[in-house]
Design a protein around this ligand. Structure first.
Ligand SMILES: [Zn+2]
Length: 116
């Protein structure tokens, strides 16, 4: 009889072990998701800090990270040129007032009515 009680005890312990492992996995997954979410929030804040710093920058080269800010300025100019090229291919231009896409040759913006 003691033999069967021993086996029963082992099975119960094994079951508790599986339950504990499942709980540990769930807790770990929850904590891992929390870490990811908080890291994302930090990245967003870093971006906001960087953007605020960049927007205050007026082209001086003797400030920290001025090389990276030069890179941003160059990349932004390249993006603007790509957009202009795309607009030319599509036969549209950007409204200077509302930034909507307006057909090339229009005298007024279809969206805000601004004179082009
Ligand atoms: Zn407009």
């Amino acid at each position: 009889m003691a033999f069967f009680e021993e086996i029963g005890k082992h099975i119960t312990q094994a079951g508790q072990g599986v339950a504990q492992q499942t709980k540990n996995l769930t807790d770990t997954a929850r904590l891992s998701a929390a870490v990811s979410e908080k890291e994302k929030q930090i990245q967003k804040l870093y971006t906001q800090i960087g953007q605020a710093y960049y927007e205050r920058w007026d082209g001086e080269t003797d400030v920290p990270e001025s090389e990276k800010m030069e890179q941003i300025r160059t990349l932004q100019a390249e993006i603007d040129q790509c957009k202009k090229d795309m607009n030319q291919i599509k036969g549209v231009r950007e409204c200077p007032n509302c930034h909507a896409e307006v057909k090339e040759g229009n005298r007024f913006c279809n969206y805000c009515g601004a004179k082009l």
